[in-house]
Design a protein around this ligand. Sequence first.
Ligand code: NOJ
Length: 737
Amino acid sequence: MNQNPPPAPRPAYQNPALPAEERVADLLARMTQAEKIGQLGQVAMFSFAERREEYLAGARAGQWGSRILAESAWAGNNPEPALDPAQLNEVQRAAVEESRLGIPLLYGRDVIYGHRTVLPIPHTYAASFNPDLVEQALGDVAAEAAADGVRWTFSPMVDLVRDPRWGRVIESCGEDPFLTSQMAVAAVRGFQGDDPAAPGRLLACAKHFAGYGGAEGGRDYDTTGWSENTLHNMILPPFAAAARAGVASMMAGFHDLGGTPSSASQDLIRGWLKDGLGWNGFVVSDWGSIYDLIGHGVAQDEREAARLGLAAGLDLEMTAGFYERNIGALLDAGTLPEAWLDDAVRRLLRAKFRAGLFDRPYTDPALARTLHCHPDHLARARELASQSVVLLKNQGGLLPLAPTLKKVAVLGPYAEARREHLGSWCLNGRPEEVTTVLDGLRAAAPGIAFTTANAAFSDALIDTARQAELTLLCVGESHLRNGENKSIAELALPPGQEELIAACGRLGLPLVVIDFSGRYLPSPAAEAHAQAIVHAGSLGTEAGAALARVLLGEVSPSGKLPMTIPRCTGQIPIYYNRKLPAKIAPTCATYRGYEDERLTPLYRFGFGLSYSTFRLANLGLSSGTMPPDGTVQFSATLTNTGPRRAAEVVQLYIRDSVASTTRPERELKGFQRIELGPGESARVSFSIAADQLRFYTANRRWELEPGEFRLALGTDSAAPFTHTLTVTGTPEHNAKT
Ligand code: NOJ
């Protein structure tokens, strides 16, 4: 007879059939205070090989809730060793099978825009104005990273940026809240899919909450001073969009915002984000940003810093261990309410259930081989890279390269570069897998002799240019001059490159300058000497192949600038959605702005040329009045009037003529990328909902103010305002907090 007692019933939190909230509540009720505090900490596990036993013991003891898969705080700029899924499984097994409650660790990594397949960097892919393609391509990236055991990525970065000197502009989608929001939603959907628990998906993280992109002087980590009006109308909307899209987490920034470090901002995190939006995800600190509260001078010591962090609503501490060492004492002293601890743990556990970690904690080490650099991923990366290229100038239709050309020189520091195309957040991309510009061109056009010269010797380079019919001069700053903690004081190409462009230009032969900088830099020499200027940015693994398609005319360029390009550093900040000074109005014709420079930028937001031409005609508005909950259609006919198949991005702008606060000169409210064959037309229609006309008013809440709005449709931010829409109702009626 069997004497064994019947097996203990499975606890509710281990039952995948139950709703996540029920599992969270059940698990939370079983946890000790120490186990709860353990969940609030993230560890890096540096020098794993030497300290293996210590880390396994910590996992068994439930000492941490998460592990960041990075070898240093500068993971983006340092070469990182490949991930080892077997090692991740080993640590996970200690947590899941040997800790008291078996709570899995959440593995996070900076999978920002690529894994083995590397896409263009966000600042480059923002120019595609194609969130659907971004979503698909980031889905591929998620699958590759998940195959290596990653379950959570610290992406997307949704910081709005107006100062391109800031090195982290390359991680942003530029200066516009609408475009940034669309790309944020695309990234969240790309990483998380419909269900982040599905194999091949990751939890996403919108960062850096909030306003980090306003670093004064473009110096990383510097103080920011966004006004309340700008914060609510420009900076916070992309976070709200990510929250509405169901982003699992957000990361607080390193910076000070108007006197309160963002990592200590109870108003913004606990107030605006959690209570205000009702968002139920979790907030992670940035690397050591709780530690930095001491550096900011708002905390005396680590205990005070930990208190400020948890009080603000930071649920998980990235490294430093301040929570681990201090939260217990703070709770015992009654300085922090237990309810805040429970709230933080609940949010973290919810994310783990959402990620399916309890039911599928391990990864199959064989999976990566079948997914990394999968041909479908590379094809999508190539397509996104092709759509991200911006043609800024094309005198005499020099591009695409004429099929009659026999000899073309491909010169400059980027002619044969590889690593540089991967950008400064490249942890798993392999330089040897990158197609160079030269290889891409040679493979695509075997009938043309593409010559090159060692970029280190300008005399050899000039000689090669002289002997060719046309030169493609590949310039730009590398990943070593942008990214985190890498800003520049002068918005210009790196030393020597202006001279190189001018020297090639003086030969009097056709010259195309291709800029591979991660950001948009003005180049006076290119303006003066090149007949064609292409902004390629950081295009990723498929850089050379994608660029060849554009240069040879297989596809027409369709990228549009996500950020204004100033004429010079002194014009910064200069952005299209600025508030015009009253003195610029027609009543004051003498307003000049600068004595030594024009007011206009070098290239405006939304601008980008095509190999074809387009006409936008027959604009029509379905109704001139908009009730408070209404919708109107604004339409036009787009015709490809040129000789080639090409895509154009039609852009919708509004202007609020008179309001309770000053309002931007114009604001992007919609865009559509449309591809047409020669002579083809399509009707393009934008649905404008009353909700899109709301803003943060003088009443300090989101409202729809009655009155007149001007509307413009066009192919860049110079589109003329042609129609008027009148919003009816009263401000009280239209109010919405
Ligand atoms: C610091 C960066 O600010 C953040 O964006 C990144 O995700 C973390 N380090 C983790 O590496």
